[in-house]
Design a binder for this molecule. Structure first.
Ligand SMILES: [Zn+2]
Length: 291
């Protein structure tokens, strides 16, 4: 499942390749991919003629900012991918939504398992006042989509102090907390395991037992593993590809994730796998001890 580095890679590719492009027409081939507006035909009508101004990311979603201020969100979930196909490229049977660009290229939303969702929203944050209109409630703003998400871990404002403050009110286990999108946005199973190994913290440690120095280590580790993931264009285990359709190179560079039984890169002892909150968890029992 694509996490922050994978989604960031897709967003940066799209910024280079489709910023400035106009969406001439849209084919929705699987209605349930469209989460807003409903029905899916309305989505296709509302996005017709829109120009893509820039492409960014929030949490694990690609944000396609349109020139008129609206924002399209693409949550890739399990197997979603956004791929730019040149004019005349052969069709993709797994393309669920196809944006025909005015220059002849296609921006394809490909999704084998169909869990991903695309929405089109008014721009603006949470604080923007919701106006009542004659039709009822004013359209949802993109800020509301991410209302329950925590801060971006690579933002300059995400300091070790901020992480400490967010952890202070939590008593859960570190592995589960790192996966909780309301604590920090964008971290999933791969980068949670990698960050904990790098910080030398056991996945079952309770957050309220961390010392100040340990929180600082965790903060540095989270940012380092995410930056490394972006530098390597993400980790591909199954379906994840960049907008060029190619897998990322980070899977081979991971320290613990899916390396059960292999030697720890720090101490040489074997990596173990346990299950925490129904999620596979990989760690080194020698480097990451429970006090
Ligand atoms: Zn070790």
């Amino acid at each position: 499942m694509p996490e922050l580095p994978e989604v960031e890679t897709v967003a940066r590719d799209l910024q280079r390749w489709v910023a400035g492009a106009t969406i001439a027409d849209t084919e929705v081939r699987w209605d349930r991919t469209i989460s807003h507006p409903q029905p899916a035909e309305r989505f296709a009508v509302e996005i017709r003629g829109a120009t893509i101004e820039r492409v960014g990311r929030r949490a694990k979603s690609v944000l396609i900012h349109l020139a008129d201020g609206r924002v399209m969100t693409v949550a890739l979930r399990m197997t979603g991918a956004l791929i730019v196909a040149p004019a005349g490229a052969s069709d993709d049977p797994y393309a669920r939504v196809v944006f025909h660009l005015a220059d002849g290229r296609e921006l394809r939303y490909r999704d084998v398992r169909k869990f991903g969702r695309i929405g089109l929203w008014e721009g603006g944050g949470l604080r923007a006042r919701t106006r009542r209109t004659r039709e009822g409630r004013a359209p949802y703003r993109v800020g509301e989509v991410f209302a329950r998400h925590g801060p971006e871990p690579l933002a300059p404002s995400f300091t070790a102090e901020r992480l400490a403050e967010r952890l202070r009110r939590r008593t859960g286990r570190l592995k589960s907390l790192l996966l909780d999108q309301s604590l920090i946005a964008g971290v999933g199973n791969i980068y949670a395991d990698e960050a904990l190994w790098r910080a030398r913290l056991h996945p079952l440690r309770h957050a309220d037992t961390l010392t100040k120095a340990e929180v600082r280590r965790l903060h540095r580790a989270i940012r380092a593993v995410l930056r490394q993931g972006i530098a390597n264009r993400g980790a591909s285990f199954a379906d994840y590809v960049g907008a060029d359709g190619e897998p990322g190179a980070n899977a081979e560079r991971l320290a613990v994730y899916r390396r059960t039984g292999e030697p720890c890169l720090r101490c040489g002892r074997r990596i173990e796998r346990i299950v925490v909150g129904q999620r596979s968890t990989h760690f080194c029992p020698h480097c990451q001890v429970l006090p």
